[in-house]
Write a protein that binds this ligand. Sequence first.
Ligand code: ATP
Ligand code: MG
Length: 198
Amino acid sequence: MNRPKIILITHQKGGVGKSTLVANLALNLAKNALVAIVDLDHQGSLISLQGQFENIQIYPATTMISDLKDINANFILLDSPPYLLENTVELVKISDVIIVPTKASLLDIIAISRTLDILISSTTERNKILITLNMIKANTTLTNTVFRELKKHNLDIAKTRISDLVDFTRSISNKGLITKKAQYQIDALTKEILIKLI
Ligand SMILES: Nc1ncnc2c1ncn2[C@@H]1O[C@H](COP(=O)(O)OP(=O)(O)OP(=O)(O)O)[C@@H](O)[C@H]1O
Ligand SMILES: [Mg+2]
């Protein structure tokens, strides 16, 4: 089998939806591929939920980068904690796509700058970074203002915007999404990620 594609989901800010996105992207990809998750968070939020992920092997934070090549999977999703890891630079280098989820507020725009600076200084491949707007509230023009600010980083921003939906919160205990709207969004984001991988 080819080397697994590595998808890093990272942001130094907590609560932006990293683990929820990892879970839903993994469940979606696992419909057609072999998928593993590495829970780099020592709080082990995802690993404690292994039962919710029947076909997905979840590896703990103690997993070494050198162990990744031995994982039997087409895709490995790395869920980051809300702080810098000692090996962040190395993780950025070995990842094929890097998703940076952010909420759409001015404070979030300020917070994302530092994470983006670290990512950019760790790789020459800026095009593997994909900023993803998450937890977007319905009927707000703020998102467009935030989008304009984000564009100044000159990095790719996902066309798919993930809404603030109860289905995403519940997906962790429901073994996936149940509404068409949420599933449509995750399908669209999955497609954008796959296109980045070609
Ligand atoms: N699209 C969404 N719609 C509604 N709620 C969401 C969405 N994404 C995440 N949440 C909720 O937001 C909270 C934070 O999400 P999550 O734990 O995935 O963030 P995180 O970035 O992994 O946090 P941490 O940095 O602490 O690991 C959770 O309660 C989760 O259910
Ligand atoms: Mg998390």
